[in-house]
Design a protein around this ligand. Structure first.
Ligand code: DX5
Ligand code: ZN
Length: 226
């Protein structure tokens, strides 16, 4: 069985008590904290910056997965690295120089990844696989939590899985395949069967009173996937 990782998105947490929300979700069995950064420019919403990342950092040892929905990207990279990010992903449309931005993230000591909107082609991966630690497939258009999963994202997950497997078979290394948007207990197994190993879930987890029960139900679904 593949290693499966569950990454609750803080976007649906109670922002009045983020530290507690971070601790609670990790205690409930989550693996990673997904941190959504929106700039009201690249996406039509505004969320949180490096100060908030720094504020939650002491509340967990779990990796913080910073998803930058911003344009431009580069100036924020060192700030998030300093604020304790472990993984930084960005959308290729947000950067004029994708290779340079990936290199900058690595130089700052973080894992780097590219994020693909529903209409963004995977061909952006063609020349940068050597700098990629994570591929993030969006199964909604970015900007808001609580949207419905777009079913054709599954095809893209399969295509990304194939690219990653071909690359790692030849060159080694490890590249995580994450899916973000509308992931719930009732579709997580299908997303895993398509090839994902890391699952962002915002409203599905933080929208329920018992985080542990939701995460356990997700793991039970994942256990059914060969
Ligand atoms: C969407 C964000 C997601 C979002 C997921 O723009 O990148 O991380 O918070 O929320 P759910 O799981 O509710 O779709
Ligand atoms: Zn996200």
């Amino acid at each position: 069985m593949r290693d499966f990782r569950i990454a609750p998105s803080l976007l649906s947490a109670d922002f009045a008590c983020l530290g507690q929300e971070v601790r609670d979700v990790i205690a409930a069995g989550a693996d990673i904290i997904h941190f959504d950064v929106m700039d009201n420019h690249y996406v039509p919403n505004l969320t949180v910056g490096p100060l908030v990342c720094e504020a939650i950092r002491p509340h967990t040892q779990a990796p913080i997965d910073v998803h930058l929905m911003v344009k431009p990207v580069d100036s924020l990279v060192p700030m998030f690295a300093k604020a304790g990010a472990d993984i930084i992903t960005f959308h290729p449309e947000g950067s004029e120089h994708i290779d340079r931005t990936l290199g900058l993230i690595k130089e700052c000591g973080c894992k780097a990844g590219l994020v693909f909107n529903p209409a963004t082609p995977l061909s952006y991966l063609d020349h940068v696989m050597d700098k990629i630690d994570m591929v993030l497939i969006m199964s909604v258009n970015p900007g808001f939590g609580g949207q419905s999963f777009i079913p054709h994202a599954l095809e893209k997950v399969r295509a990304a899985r194939q690219r990653i497997d071909e690359y790692t078979a030849k060159h080694g290394g490890e590249i995580w395949l994450e899916v973000d948007g509308g992931v719930k207990v009732d579709n997580i197994a299908a997303v895993a069967a398509a090839g994902a190993d890391t699952f962002v879930a915002g409203s599905a987890i933080y929208g329920q009173p018992d985080y542990q029960a939701v995460i356990a139900a997700m793991r039970a679904e994942l256990a059914k996937v060969a």
